[in-house]
Design a binder for this molecule. Structure first.
Ligand code: GLU
Length: 282
């Protein structure tokens, strides 16, 4: 990849306040992009849970930490960069086009299973990094009716190994049909899945390296399949260790005492927050 200018991104979802775990990931993402371009993408795909006040808070908190990005929404309401819009809620036409391309190329099938069906499927749910249960393939061989409401899944090749090198964690291997199954690309309500929106945007914004939390490793394997199906280049990956609380649980947006907002209002400096964010991994 010599000669390709580095383009990295921060992709927070405005569904709550950013916490120390985000600070850790975003400091690392910003450092890796120091000689290239850093983009801030507003992952507000989930319009039910996204709130404008959390968008403002994330921009302000990142700026307070000293993180600067060349492209994307800026504190104060402007947007910079020529790959916009940088909010997923405004990029629906791109997701719809990618969905159509995948569907026409035969990668997808419609699925009418309910959430309840899936949760009662006889597979032990994966640990904390699982965002969708392993699909048992119920609708794979079904004859769809033309007027049914369905979600659309990408059919994976059971047993296929997906390998990638992680810049921070080393070689990774996942097996389709075991570590993840046929996964949702378009929801029944017409909202694209995180997997689809993420790869469409990473490709359109010419991202060369994806830096994000370790909880998304298994998503990376799925995204590699989607990128390949869409004919896009595969970026480099760096997954950052998650921050944990004293009980060993990963931090969540509900851990208010670790929110950057709370730490800042308690009088901590950005440098002190940085030391807290890196405690235990440096
Ligand atoms: N918006 C996603 C999240 O906050 C992260 C997406 C990504 O970095 O790929 O979990």
């Amino acid at each position: 990849m010599t000669g390709t200018p580095y383009r990295g991104r921060l992709a927070p979802s405005p569904t709550g306040l950013l916490h120390l775990g985000h600070a850790r990931t975003f400091f690392i993402a910003a450092e890796r992009a120091a000689a290239g371009t850093l983009i801030l993408r507003n992952d507000d795909l989930d319009t039910q849970r996204s709130r404008p006040e959390f968008v403002d808070a994330m921009l302000e908190d990142l700026a307070w930490l000293g993180i600067r990005w060349a492209e994307g929404p800026q504190p104060g309401g402007t947007e910079t960069g020529s790959f916009g819009p940088y909010a997923q809620s405004q990029r629906g036409h791109l997701y719809a086009a990618a969905f159509q391309q995948l569907r026409e190329a035969g990668f997808l099938y419609p699925c009418i299973c309910s959430r309840k069906d899936l949760l009662s499927a006889p597979h032990a749910p994966h640990a904390e990094d699982e965002d969708e249960p392993l699909y048992p393939g119920t609708c794979r061989a079904r004859n769809p009716k033309s007027d049914e409401a369905a979600s659309w899944r990408l059919r994976v090749t059971d047993g296929e190994e997906i390998h990638f090198h992680d810049a921070l964690l080393g070689p990774q291997k996942f097996i389709a049909g075991r570590d993840f199954g046929d996964f949702v690309v378009m929801r029944r309500d017409g909202v694209p899945s995180y997997q689809l929106a993420c790869v469409v945007d990473d490709a359109a914004m010419q991202i060369t390296e994806v830096v994000r939390g370790r909880d998304l490793l298994r998503s990376t394997a799925r995204q590699i399949l989607l990128l390949r199906a869409l004919g896009h280049p595969i970026p480099a990956y760096a997954h950052v260790e998650l921050m944990r609380n004293e009980q060993g649980e990963r931090l969540a947006k509900r851990d208010a005492a670790r929110s950057l907002r709370y730490l800042r209002e308690s009088g901590l400096t950005p440098q002190e927050v940085r030391e807290m964010a890196f405690a235990g991994i440096e």
